[in-house]
Design a protein around this ligand. Structure first.
Ligand code: NAI
Length: 686
């Protein structure tokens, strides 16, 4: 029974009981319909109390039903019946009420919530608008301005904020008892939303709409949601509800919604990997070796997940610097109100920095984040091995280096796993968990357990140069550099990729991370690089001219003292000089051609990655590209996008490009196989 009903004196209690989150699927809708029918037989009921079982009211509709044809009873009809009921309904919001859950409470006459629960309308993050009255009832209840802010951004708010804007009427530690005790006059005075006057469009509402549209300019759903909320001022409720339902169905099957749903399902799958919990005796103490840019971010992320953290540096001066790096992140967290002052104190109490490995003797996991240098990493792993217990897991944050070679210095390499965080490590959601040849299930499990606790998106990767993400990134940069040599300029490439939906193009991104890192990596690869592969040395010349990116004020762009990015004629001159030196006659590339080349290059590399088993699935590649590299989420990730374009089309493009450069554009066998078998790459299995 997904909905239970009971009498308590003159109260009729309707309880949603559909674990784990009381999703409003068919069973719940049927249960609500039965509850409404039963209510008709209870003539002496004075109020109906609608509550969720457990600590969630209802976290939304049932996503599993999203792609199925709608089946009666429909939620909009049930909400309309609740709203029209002669007996007033009181919503007891005992925990999270999102999406359809939040629309359900809008059908009630009165809303009482527990402190600190979340309410909101996340529908736009799924590429749709609320479809059960949210865009029409909410503005009538709280005004157009707040309704637009809440619905078009899709971010939930706390019950405190909900009370302040009038979405709920009361907060109570025991909302059920409060609902039962509520005086009859309070309930009689509570108006149903359908009786409220139409809202007015204010100057503030127009301003909020403009801001929201420009923030999400690529997304259709927020724009449509705003149009609907504004419409609530002009049309009767019934007409607005009809319009809303039509818009919901129109968006529901479009490409953006399909892509966004794909990402949500892929993310859920990644998070639901069954993980054996680490040994009971393992401590909550994690060591981080190296407290530079990455180590301090990892340390902060671990502190925010409740771990005790010790950062080990090479000497006491570096240890002081590491300490100040982490403390700065804590202070920034407090300043931006991500954490409270008392959280900050708590984090500081759990943080140690030192140059003495004896301090990490009881750590259950040690994560190395020192310089990207094989010899340094090997010596650090040797120290880690002798300093922690035999049962402790040894992890490396290397970006490109061979994890198997690193593990080779440890007596028991099954303890070694790669934990590849992304910069800034406390913000970026992706965590590549790298399985070496000897990595044990237990070491992998430790990686997944950390990812879960840090609320990261974990993706399992195999060992190769750059794993999944950086290997695709290297090919992206290589293809972009070829464009520079043959005719494009960095800002043209960047603009084309921003137009595609990336937050920034490859050259602006390099300026941010520093050109010297990729330079060092190319020097490492010099000895093994395929001599038949075209090598473009523009990026090397940039570094040799001290253009290291933002940190030196000069990179692919020049930066003003305030950090403003400007085009620099000297970069164009350097590129033209290189083209002349290589005897290249430059040609023009349209933004569309730039996009097609860079995307085809990445898709082709990712196809090889799938064939080699470096990534487990196309969906994992999608997660890596979205959560680590800024691929537009609404396009569903690199491989989802490839299927949308069509593998046949991509293969033809690659074959054409291969006439220009036989080695770099050689199509992956996986693409041939997909075309031959009429397969989507998302369905490819090794
Ligand atoms: P960084 O240069 O900012 O920090 C490295 C730290 O390691 C320095 O504080 C240094 O004092 C310390 N260190 C060096 N040798 C040591 C030793 N023997 N014992 C203890 N500490 C030692 O470098 P960053 O950027 O933090 O990179 C660290 C690792 O993370 C590298 O393997 C890098 O490839 C990887 N990585 C870097 C990313 C980035 O965007 N910066 C992204 C993902 C991974």
């Amino acid at each position: 029974m997904a909905v239970r009903t009971r009498r308590e004196k003159s109260n009729f209690i309707v309880e949603l009981d559909n674990p784990p989150v009381n999703a409003i699927g068919l069973a719940v809708r049927k249960g609500l319909h039965q509850a409404l029918e039963k209510l008709k037989c209870h003539k002496d009921v004075s109020r109906v109390i609608l509550i969720g079982k457990g600590d969630v009211f209802a976290a939304g509709g049932d996503l599993k039903e999203f792609d199925l044809p709608p089946v009666a009873p429909h939620l909009p009809d049930l909400i309309a019946q609740i709203e029209a009921s002669e007996v007033p309904w009181i919503a007891v919001i005992n925990g999270t009420a999102l999406g359809a859950g939040c629309e359900l409470i809008l059908g009630c006459s009165y809303r009482i919530a527990v402190p600190n629960c979340q309410v909101g309308f996340p529908e736009v993050t799924f590429g749709v608008v609320p479809g059960c009255g949210g865009t029409q009832r909410l503005p009538r209840l709280i005004g157009i301005e707040d309704a637009i802010a809440l619905i078009s951004q899709g971010k939930p708010i706390s019950s405190g904020k909900a009370l302040a804007i009038g979405l709920i009427d009361m907060i109570s530690e025991d909302p059920l008892a409060t609902a039962i005790k509520l005086s009859d006059s309070t309930i009689l005075n509570a108006k149903n939303i359908c009786q409220m006057p139409s809202p007015r469009v204010t100057h503030g509402a127009i301003k909020v709409s403009g801001k929201s549209v420009s923030r999400n300019s690529d997304l259709v759903a927020p724009k449509k949601a705003i149009e609907l909320v504004l419409k609530s001022a002009d049309v009767p409720l019934a007409e607005g509800l009809k319009l809303e339902r039509e818009t919901f169905y129109e968006l529901h099957s479009n490409e953006q919604a399909r892509s966004l749903r794909h990402v949500i399902f892929a993310e859920r799958k990644a998070n639901s990997v069954q993980i054996p919990i680490l040994d009971a005796e393992s401590s909550d103490h994690v060591a981080v070796i190296g407290g530079g840019a990455m180590g301090s971010g990892i340390g902060y992320a671990l502190l925010s997940a409740g771990y005790r953290v010790t950062v080990i540096e090479s000497d006491s001066a570096s240890s002081e610097r590491a300490s100040s790096n982490v403390l700065k992140l804590i202070d920034a967290g407090i300043k931006r109100e991500y954490i409270t002052q008392s959280d900050g104190l708590n984090y500081r109490a759990r943080l140690r920095t030192s140059s003495d490995y004896a301090e990490i003797a009881d750590a259950s996991v040690a994560i190395e984040a020192v310089f990207e240098d094989m010899q340094v990493k090997k010596s650090v792993f040797a120290m880690m091995e002798t300093s922690v217990a035999d049962s402790a897991i040894l992890a490396s944050n290397t970006s490109y280096l061979d994890l198997n070679e690193i593990a080779g210095v440890v007596e028991d390499p099954s303890r070694v796993v790669g934990l590849h965080f992304f910069a800034p490590a406390h913000i970026m959601k992706l965590l590549e968990i790298v399985r070496g040849d000897a990595t044990s299930q237990r070491a992998l499990a430790a990686g997944f357990a950390i990812a879960r606790r840090l609320r990261k998106v974990p993706v399992l990767a195999g060992v190769c140069d750059g794993f999944i993400g950086n290997r695709i990134l290297s090919r992206y940069r290589e293809a972009a550099d070829s464009l520079l040599l043959d005719g494009a300029l960095p800002w043209e490439v960047d603009q084309a990729m921003v137009n595609f939906g990336y937050p920034m193009g490859p050259y602006e991104a390099q300026d941010l991370s520093g050109l010297d890192i990729a330079y060092a990596n190319r020097r490492r690869q010099d000895a093994t690089r395929d001599p038949d592969r075209r090598y473009v040395s523009i990026a090397d010349k940039m570094v040799e001219n001290d253009r290291l990116g933002r940190k030196s004020g000069l990179g692919w762009y020049q930066y003003s003292a305030s950090g403003q990015k400007q085009i620099d004629g000297r970069v164009e001159a350097l590129i033209l000089q290189e083209s002349r030196r290589e005897g290249v006659s430059r040609v023009e590339y349209s933004p569309n051609e730039i996009q097609q080349r860079l995307l085809s290059a990445m898709i082709n590399e990712a196809a090889d990655i799938l064939q080699e088993g470096i990534a487990q699935s196309a969906a994992d590649v999608d997660l890596v590209t979205i959560f680590g590299y800024g691929f537009p989420r609404w396009r569903g990730g690199l491989m989802h996008y490839a299927d949308y374009v069509g593998i046949g089309k991509i293969l033809t493009k690659l074959e054409n490009l291969q006439e220009e450069d036989f080695v770099a554009w050689k199509p992956s066998q996986v693409l041939y196989q997909c075309v031959a078998e009429n397969l989507n790459i998302s369905d490819y299995r090794r």
